[in-house]
Design a protein around this ligand. Structure first.
Ligand code: NAD
Ligand code: TYD
Length: 346
């Protein structure tokens, strides 16, 4: 029985990945999560009843805590998802993005390097450090073209720059120390348990309450959406079959402009399009992302969730799970003051 260490496992993608692994393997899963505003044990409620899950509340930037996690749990592989993830927050307050995404990844790499150096064969040969990153490191696209794994990095937001810096560290640890690393660059995810600051859960939960939805700029920015379960399947596959040192793009191929997505959300919920409130654009707002995923497809992955069905199910999930999002929106003072500052941009 192997042990998989998942950092950020109490967040959106992390909690979906934990459940995916517990449902499909006999692996033991150790979650390391600081439980920031974005992480909650409510996301792991079902998983926590599984004896194969161990939860450790810790900061990935805490050297002693990370050494202890490796020594105590001896993981066969690590998936690093822990991060500050919201672009708008990174514009207003970049510091936590540096601390977690850059310094935290560095500390985790050091702990992994020290641990891997002491492993004998065959554990040493099988050890993997999979770092989850974003397509935002590549910058922005015009109307045409796709990002490939060879596209030069050109991050535009403090969030994207912090993820790019982390990716470079991971790559360097592979190259210099032969740490068996993989990097995945994924497009925008959607699905259950996404914190209601991101476009889809924010707009859905506002619309349910007949509250206006703030659409940035001209609404023509394009994102390439992927259901979170398809992301989990890709990570799961690459831990087993990815080539050490390689980079893999993960994307759904579902390009849609924000305004069209907003119409789809409002129409599906039976809410009027007049709920759309055009607001000032995000500073430095990337125009379009879309990924070439041929490399990952050649390993045997393809997305299984059609966007229309995935979006419908996701809207239904938020409709059925107000217990999860309403307290976050109503009681979390961090969230409230953050949103007051956002709406202040109008
Ligand atoms: P999220 O914000 O929902 O969750 C992040 C989790 O990390 C939270 O549980 C939080 O408590 C934890 N965390 C934050 N700082 C920490 C620290 N210092 N130590 C330990 N834990 C910490 O984010 P998400 O959307 O699930 O994204 C997960 C990862 O996937 C991130 O690395 C992100 O950059 C990447 N990613 C996300 C998307 C997306 O669309 N959501 C797309 C591509 C890549
Ligand atoms: P977001 O969910 O923040 O993801 P990312 O910035 O990482 O792509 O935003 C998705 C798109 O939606 C992006 O183009 C910005 C836009 N957006 C809005 O128009 N209004 C909003 O309130 C938010 C949060 C995002």
């Amino acid at each position: 029985m192997a042990t998989l260490l998942i950092t950020g496992g109490a967040g959106f993608i992390g909690s979906n990945l934990v459940q995916h692994v517990l449902d499909r393997t006999a692996d033991r899963v150790v979650v390391v999560d600081k439980l920031t505003y974005a992480g909650t044990l409510l996301n792991l409620e079902r998983a926590l009843s599984d004896p194969s899950l161990v939860f450790v509340q810790a900061d990935i930037a805490d050297e002693r805590a990370m050494s202890a996690v490796f020594a105590d749990h001896r993981p066969a592989a690590v998936v690093n998802l822990a991060a500050e993830t919201h672009v708008d927050r990174s514009i207003d307050s970049p510091r936590p993005f540096i601390d977690t995404n850059i310094v935290g990844t560095f500390v985790l790499l050091e702990a992994a390097r020290a641990f891997a150096a002491r492993l004998g064969a065959p554990e040493g040969a099988a050890f993997r450090f999979l770092h989850v990153s974003t397509d935002e490191v590549y910058g922005t696209l015009g109307a045409d073209g796709l990002f490939s794994e060879e596209t030069p990095y050109a991050p535009n937001s403090p969030y994207a720059a912090s993820k790019a810096a982390a990716d470079h560290l991971v790559r360097a640890y592979g190259h210099t120390y032969q740490l068996p690393v993989l990097i995945t660059n994924c497009s925008n995810n959607y699905g259950p348990f996404q914190f209601p600051e991101k476009l889809i859960p924010l707009f859905v939960t506002n619309a349910i309450d007949d509250v206006p939805v703030p659409l940035y700029g001209d609404g023509q920015n394009v994102r390439d959406w992927l259901h979170v379960v398809d992301h989990c399947r890709a990570v799961d596959l690459l831990i087993d079959q990815g080539t050490n040192g390689d980079v893999y793009n993960i994307g759904g191929g579902n390009e849609i402009a924000n305004v069209d997505l907003t119409h789809q959300i409002l129409d599906t919920l039976g809410k009027p399009r007049s709920l759309i409130r055009p607001v000032a654009d995000r500073p430095g707002h990337d125009r379009r992302y879309c990924l070439d995923t041929a490399k990952l497809r050649s390993v045997g992955w393809s997305p299984q969730v059609a966007f229309a069905a995935g979006l419908r199910d996701t809207l239904e999930w938020y409709r059925a799970n107000e217990w999860w999002w309403r307290p976050i929106k109503e009681q979390d003072s961090d969230f409230k003051s953050y949103y007051q500052s956002q709406y202040g941009r109008q």
